[in-house]
Write a protein that binds this ligand. Structure first.
Ligand code: PEP
Ligand code: MG
Length: 861
């Protein structure tokens, strides 16, 4: 088969054969754009090389020499000819873009004699010898595997001896002296054809460097693909004043504005623009200085954008007034720009709505919802943890919830730093700009609650030792964050920094709303929110939630005006006392539910019965326990006793979930009366409440039957009293492996089912969601797992349980409504999985709702 293709012989569809880079260069050549000519050696040749025991096919050199002759004709220069030299760049290019493979070699085809010829021909000795030394360094690095630090040191020492400040001071003689030293350090071939042969081999070999192997394994790229080799004629922007190099974007990559945008450096090589040694000028400067090249640049960029139908990032060079395009690819952009460009391009008729939706990433959507730490701002990172809740936040460090409240009341922004958080910290979390914890994973209390509130949070930051008592957090390098220090958190990366780092403010835009409306049009999955406060619910509805998929009722009992009633109920010594406290709690629950129905009028509200083990409601330390004893007029010993009695060895697997309802049906009765009483009141207000009562942590259909009976009877009683009827649903959470394994039986007893993938993941793995933050980073580093299973659904095992559960449930009860309300309901990859699984809805924290809307559409289009 043909092993070598000229740029004039391929197209952008030949990625598999010619690699991404080669295919793109062919495409630009076919568009008649001025690309420096060259050829590509195919990926099957790479496979042949390895099959041959790492030997180039015998005929290969003959084949590329034929191509090379044609390149020489086109360029009017000759490879290896000192009088009129042609130099090449040699690059690797796999079908799928793969960082970690070979670097580029520039200026290949040069030696002593040719450098001298180049110097004569260009009348620019400094340029010629600079090219030569750059080539030796790159060749030594990439092909010979030499120690290039030593070579850099040679240059540094030389400059120091001469008291030169920068490379610009180096003249031809200086580079010649450096080259002479280089030549004592490495032996490199003087013969240009040998240089080329060795470079081609080096590209092939780079396919199997350890870095590349690991990258392929991680990204499931088959080893068999192989890489292509792109050999392209060099053009020089550092030839003189009528030369230059630049980069440009077809639209503004930061705002998305439809305005050509670029920078140029006159008399400079492409690397110099990238390296930023001089400040570039706007491309407009070319208009006067090199008008023909400028005109070609404008025409080329317009052609490339309409051809690729996306914003392009272009690299170009002008040599002696002649314009060349070196590269085009789709340009990186900010979130704001990505949305604007996508929406504009639909209006311009360049792409359709579905394509526009695919152009926007979850990070892009998020940038409209949260302020972000400016990615361009300088940052010194003290420690890194898990990016638990997005956004950027700056404030003074405080170490307890009460301190957070009092410092905030003084008009200061605060960052709440804790070892971990518990529901008792809620009041502090509410007022904090950001939350940082040493322990806890992506579904820990801190992470879940912060995400719900839209507050930036970093959890599992094990590099910090937090001492609440001393008011310090000490990083592994000894840096200490003290109470009162100003701290910045980057919730997108997990970076913790000292000082106030600039932010990019969030704000929505018309384009953003347009894009979301397209998402709604094209998605099948419904999107609900996990919320229990009226504020969070209102925010969720504003962001497009179509109901509440999870109201964690326990969160409603922690506010200071009711927590003691909850505690008193738990500490009750007889039924009568318990009933009395339950009656009070019912009033609170009723009022809270009524608020939720008002906010969610006409939309379903899924209310989960009480879930956590009861000890979570009790004070966590002695002092608080004593204070409580005093308030409740009890003997402190009694509280002490209760704390001991209720303490559990493994509370996540303990006395919680529907087990509470089985043992304390009176608690369930109280919740039901509140849920239904509030619904009836809402109806009297002319609203349309749609309550769905959900039973947590079920393992057995008899649990459901038993609790449903309590619910049904409770409701019947209330509605009979008022002689009204009310439509409600009873459903189960699917969060234990046993529930998934017996899903058909559970389905027969309920009207809806919702995966609680936080617990399901915890129980499938046997990883505690509160403690996994201590080892998940190491598991990721060691590549034992590719993703944190508490962030992105483990499709292989947890997903398999889910698939079985859905199939069996739907067999047992056709069309039963199925959702997910674990944190994965807001993760785009998991959302795609849920779409494929045929779920009816995902439910996620309010600020994830727009991300989920877009992700659900992307899963469908
Ligand atoms: C779950 O387990 O996935 C869930 C939604 O419930 P919680 O996070 O409250 O345990
Ligand atoms: Mg759960």
């Amino acid at each position: 088969a043909k092993r070598v293709y000229l740029f004039s012989e391929g197209s952008k569809d030949d990625r598999d054969l010619l690699g991404g880079k080669g295919a793109n260069l062919c495409e630009m050549t076919a568009l008649k754009l001025p690309v420096p000519f060259g050829f590509v050696i195919t990926t099957p040749t790479c496979r042949e090389y390895f099959e041959n025991g790492n030997k180039l096919p015998t005929l290969l050199e003959q084949e590329y020499r034929v191509a090379l002759d044609l390149v020489e004709k086109q360029m009017g220069t000759r490879f290896g000819d000192p009088e009129n030299p042609l130099l090449f760049s040699v690059r690797s290019g796999a079908p799928i873009s793969m960082p970690g493979m070979m670097n580029t070699i520039l200026n290949l085809g040069i030696n002593d004699e040719i450098a001298e010829g180049l110097s004569r021909k260009t009348d620019n000795p400094r340029f010629a010898y600079d090219c030569y030394r750059r080539f030796i360094q790159m060749f030594a690095d990439v092909v010979l595997g030499a120690d290039t630090h030593a070579m850099e040191q040679v240059i540094e020492d030389y400059k120091q001896a001469k008291a030169y400040e920068t490379d610009v001071a180096m003249e031809a003689e200086d580079w010649q002296a450096v080259i002479a030293t280089f030549k004592t350090m490495v032996k490199f071939p003087e013969d240009p054809f040998e240089q080329l042969r060795l470079a081609v081999e080096a590209v092939f070999q780079s396919w199997h460097t350890p870095r590349a192997n690991v990258y392929r394994e991680m990204n499931n790229i088959p080893d068999s693909l192989g890489t292509a080799v792109t050999v392209q004629s060099m053009v020089f922007g550092n030839f003189g004043d009528d030369s230059g190099s630049g980069v440009a974007f077809t639209r503004n990559p930061s705002t998305g504005e439809r305005h050509f945008f670029g920078e140029v450096l006159f008399n400079a090589a492409g690397e110099d623009v990238v390296a930023g040694i001089r400040t570039p000028l706007s491309v407009d400067a070319m208009e006067e200085r090199m008008p023909d090249a400028y005109k070609e640049l404008l025409e080329s960029q317009a052609l490339l954008e309409s051809h690729y139908r996306d914003m392009q990032d272009i690299e170009f060079t002008v040599q002696e007034g002649r314009f060349y395009l070196l590269q085009t690819r789709s340009g990186k952009r900010t979130g704001r720009a990505s949305v604007r460009i996508a929406v504009d391009m639909v209006r311009e008729g360049m792409i359709n709505e579905k394509e526009a939706l695919l152009r926007v990433s979850p990070e892009h959507v998020q940038s409209f919802l949260h302020p972000m730490v400016d990615p361009d701002a300088e940052r010194t990172v003290v420690a890194s943890g898990l990016p638990a809740s997005p956004g950027g936040a700056t404030g003074v460090a405080v170490f307890s919830a009460d301190e957070a409240v009092s410092v905030e009341a003084d008009g200061k922004k605060v960052i709440l730093i804790r070892r971990e958080t518990t529901p008792e910290d809620i009041h502090g979390m509410r007022v904090a700009e950001g939350i940082l914890t040493e322990l806890g994973g992506m579904t820990s209390h801190a992470a879940v609650v912060a995400r719900g509130m839209g507050v930036c949070a970093i959890t599992g930051c094990g590099e910090l030792r937090v001492s609440v008592q001393d008011g310090t957090a000490t990083a592994s390098d000894g840096t200490v964050i003290k109470r009162g220090d100003t701290v910045t958190l980057d919730g997108a990366t997990g970076d913790v920094m000292l000082g106030d780092i600039p932010k990019v403010e969030a704000s929505t835009s018309d384009d953003f709303q347009t894009l979301l409306s397209w998402a709604d049009k094209h998605r099948r999955l419904k999107v609900r929110a996990n919320a229990e406060t009226p504020e969070d619910a209102a925010k969720a509805r504003e962001l497009g939630a179509e109901g509440i998929g999870l109201c964690r009722t326990e969160h409603m009992f922690f506010a200071s005006d009711r927590i003691d009633h909850m505690r008193a109920m738990i500490l009750s010594t007889d039924r009568k006392e318990r009933k009395r406290h339950l009656a009070t709690l019912q009033e609170f629950q009723h009022a809270d539910m009524l608020e939720l129905y008002r906010v969610m009028d006409g939309l379903p509200v899924t209310i989960r019965l009480l879930d956590p083990p009861l000890h979570e409601f009790l004070p966590h330390d002695e002092a608080d326990a004593e204070a409580l004893a005093e308030r409740l007029n009890k003997d402190p010993a009694e509280i002490h006793q209760a704390r001991n009695d209720l303490a559990e060895v493994n509370p996540m697997l303990g006395f919680r979930g529907c087990r509470l309802s089985v043992v304390y049906p009176e608690i369930t009765r109280m919740q039901v009366r509140a849920i239904i009483g509030a619904a009836l009141q809402a109806r009297e207000e002319g609203l349309n409440p749609l309550p769905e009562i959900m039973i947590p942590l079920v393992v057995n259909v008899r649990e459901i039957r038993l609790i449903s009976e309590v619910i049904d009877r409770g409701i019947a009683k209330v509605t009979k009293e008022k002689s009204v009827s009310l439509r409600y649903k009873i459903g189960t959470m699917m969060e234990t492996p046993r529930a998934c394994l017996g899903a058909d039986r559970l389905a027969s007893a309920v009207e809806f089912m919702s995966f609680g993938t936080n617990d399901l993941t915890q129980m499938t793995y046997g990883f505690s969601r509160d403690d996994a933050g201590r080892f998940i980073p190491q598991y990721l580093d060691a590549k034992i797992i590719e993703d944190d299973p508490f962030v992105s659904l483990d499709q292989r095992a947890v997903g398999r349980l889910m698939r079985m559960a859905v199939q069996e449930s739907r067999q047992a009860k056709k069309g039963i409504k199925y959702g997910i309300c674990g944190e994965h309901g807001g993760d785009p990859r998991s959302i795609r999985f849920c779409h494929d699984l045929g779920l009816d809805y995902v439910s996620c924290s309010p600020y994830r709702v727009p991300v989920a809307r877009v992700a659900a559409a992307q899963a469908r289009v």
